[in-house]
Design a protein around this ligand. Structure first.
Ligand SMILES: NC(=O)c1ccc[n+]([C@@H]2O[C@H](COP(=O)([O-])OP(=O)(O)OC[C@H]3O[C@@H](n4cnc5c(N)ncnc54)[C@H](OP(=O)(O)O)[C@@H]3O)[C@@H](O)[C@H]2O)c1
Length: 263
């Protein structure tokens, strides 16, 4: 039976990568956990973390409101102290060459499902008098993403949304933190079909370090963190001064199909 005196966190996208590391941070930080993903690997994560805290795992497609409802039902009405809305995925290739259903799944997961979950948990947090929300955005949200156009667009939405929601809730005890990683060594690139690109083959940031930075920012109630190497902060700074056209051209060099061979 759940020990309701302990803190309780929901972590989405916890089967691998940054979400797995965020779940590990929460377990070390004294949270009980409800973790979710659309892959049975999330059950292995529950087994791994079960030695440190109470963990329940849910397999659900969080691009759908039904999937999010399934996740929320598994919380069994327990007070949610922290929501780490991290599930998301990318999609490479030129927009016109993408399968539209796959492109839509990126939008439905990264935006619609994420917002529905935050709306539900945010209202519960307001009723209970506080809580912490961490949203995984991306530095990709600062640049037009040639050959990842839909993905970067969703992250521009998420980065902007997180800052706006934080402001709306500034007079409450709910904090909203946006974790903005740069390229991080996870399954993201393989899943997005980006392994033949320069960015797919490049050395990337460590997901454990990225998650640690996000988790600590969430615990401190900070607005956001550009996680990972200094070059991520540099890229964001450049995005403030470079034209969209130039940024799109720079992005192309990283993500154009076949760019791994020309690197
Ligand atoms: N890696 C990077 O370079 C990078 C940079 C900036 C931001 N991010 C963001 O970081 C977050 C985590 O990505 P990652 O890099 O850790 O990649 P990852 O290793 O592929 O992990 C993605 C996680 O999200 C879950 N997920 C994706 N779509 C889902 C859906 N429709 N329903 C349920 N679960 C879903 C995956 O579960 P399944 O196994 O079930 O699909 C997995 O647990 C994403 O929001 C991503 O956009 C990544």
């Amino acid at each position: 039976m759940a020990d309701v005196a302990r803190k309780f966190a929901i972590v989405t996208g916890a089967s691998s990568g940054i979400g797995l590391e965020l779940a590990r941070c929460c377990a070390r930080g004294g949270y009980d956990l409800l973790i979710a993903a659309d892959d049975p690997k999330v059950n292995d994560v529950a087994s791994e973390l079960g030695g440190q805290c109470a963990v329940d795992a849910v397999l659900a497609d969080l691009s759908t409101t039904d999937g999010v409802d399934q996740l929320l039902a598994a919380a069994k009405g327990r007070r949610v102290d922290a929501l780490l809305a991290n599930a998301g995925h990318g999609l490479g290739k030129g927009f016109l060459d993408q399968d539209f259903g796959a492109a839509r799944h990126v939008i439905d997961t990264n935006i619609t499902g994420t917002l529905y979950l935050i709306h539900k948990c945010g209202n519960a947090m307001r009723a209970q008098g506080g809580g912490r929300i961490l949203i995984t955005g991306s530095i990709a949200g600062f640049m037009p993403g040639s050959f990842q156009a839909v993905y970067n667009g969703t992250k521009a939405f998420v980065d902007s949304f997180a800052a706006a929601l934080r402001n709306e809730l500034k007079d409450t005890n709910i904090t909203v933190t946006c974790l903005m990683p740069g390229a991080t060594e996870t399954e993201f690139f393989e899943r997005a079909g980006l392994m033949d690109t320069k960015i797919g083959q490049e050395k990337k940031d460590d997901p454990a370090e990225v998650a640690r930075q996000g988790y600590e920012a969430m615990e401190k109630g900070e607005a956001g963190v550009i996680a990972g190497s200094w070059s991520n902060t540099f890229q964001v700074a450049m995005s403030r001064v470079m034209s969209s056209e130039r940024m799109a051209e720079q992005h192309r060099k990283q993500t154009e199909p076949g760019s791994a061979e020309t690197a």
